[in-house]
Design a protein around this ligand. Structure first.
Ligand SMILES: *[C@@H]1O[C@H](CO)[C@@H](O)[C@H](O)[C@H]1NC(C)=O
Ligand SMILES: *[C@@H]1O[C@H](CO)[C@@H](O)[C@H](O)[C@H]1NC(C)=O
Length: 299
């Protein structure tokens, strides 16, 4: 028995070393968004500025615009600094999300729903696994997201997804597949972002329309930081071990979880800034709420 345990431990160690050895491909690109992203639509409305230090998406009455990552990832931590459309942004939606391709897709979403000048943006989040979403949580922010850049992060590892704003966790979705709750962990995803018009539903449920006299609307991005496992076209995954800020190995994201301080922050945000939680929407799920809501108190 003792022997068995230690030989398992030794093979785990060897596996770990092997994973480290094949590591390091992901461009942990200090600032240059050209390395990681390509503008994919919008007919020139999306632009790389200052040699890739800054990216601008633009929306006018004819079209919005968007970009996506060049790589696809199976797990990672992705931080992006975003400055949202100022003034009257009602009807506009800025997205920053991960998504797999094809049917029964997985997706992890940030969507920023604009508002009239002075009214708060709504930060909408969702998690899809195997094509099924319906797990929305919405928040107001504790700052004006149009005045300065703020960091929006998705941590996605095999055990949990954590959404963070300026490093403050606002939502956690745990892997509870052993309880029959689907969790996205098999399909590689790319990062996507877009700015588009959703006046039919975005602001106060579609009551407030986009005011095109304010167009073009612009959203800005900078300082992307990704630590992730890149999946190449032949399906081989290689996990980065360097960060932008230091040459030291940093794979902590792979097992990262909320410590007690993180949990306190999460509860603070959910108590004071959460404006919608699918788990407490009894009316919508009158035939029974999703399983994770029935089995667990916090999400
Ligand atoms: C816009 O402002 C209203 C009024 O404060 C608020 O209820 C709503 O959540 C805000 N966000 C959106 C996207 O409608
Ligand atoms: C749109 O914005 C313009 C300029 O600020 C303003 O004069 C006009 O009243 C707005 N239109 C609506 C429908 O609010």
């Amino acid at each position: 028995m003792l022997f068995l345990c230690s030989s398992i431990r030794v093979s785990m160690m060897l596996l770990g070393l092997l994973l480290l050895a094949i590591s390091s491909l992901m461009a942990a690109s200090a600032g240059n968004l050209n390395q990681d992203f390509a503008i994919t639509w919008g007919d020139g409305r999306g632009k790389m500025l200052n040699n890739g230090q800054l990216l601008m998406l633009s929306l006018d009455k004819t079209s919005g615009s968007g970009f996506q990552s060049k790589n696809q990832y199976l797990f990672g931590r992705f931080d992006m600094q975003i400055k949202l459309v100022p003034g009257n942004s009602a009807g506009t939606v800025t997205t920053f999300y991960l998504s797999s391709q094809g049917d029964n897709h997985d997706e992890i979403d940030f969507e920023f729903l604009g508002n009239l000048s002075g009214d708060p943006y709504t930060l909408h989040t969702n998690v899809f696994s195997q094509g099924k979403g319906n797990r929305e949580q919405q928040f107001h922010l504790w700052f004006d997201p149009t005045k300065n850049f703020h960091t929006y992060s998705i941590l996605w590892n095999s055990q949990r997804i954590i959404f963070l704003v300026d490093n403050i966790p606002i939502r956690e979705f745990q892997n509870r597949e052993s309880d029959g709750i689907p969790y996205p962990h098999t399909q590689p995803m790319k990062i996507y972002s877009s700015l588009w018009d959703a006046e039919d539903w975005a602001t106060r449920g579609g009551l407030v329309k986009t005011n095109w006299t304010q167009a073009p609307f612009n959203t800005y991005y900078r300082n992307f930081n990704g630590k992730a496992c890149v999946v190449s076209s032949n399906g081989v995954s290689s996990c980065d071990s360097k960060t932008t800020t230091s040459a030291a190995s940093d794979n902590t994201w792979q097992s990262q979880q909320l410590d007690s301080k993180g949990q306190r922050y999460l509860r603070w945000v959910q108590k004071n800034y959460m404006i919608y939680n699918y788990c407490t929407d009894y009316k919508r799920f009158s035939n029974g709420r999703p399983r994770e809501c029935r089995l667990y108190k916090f999400h």
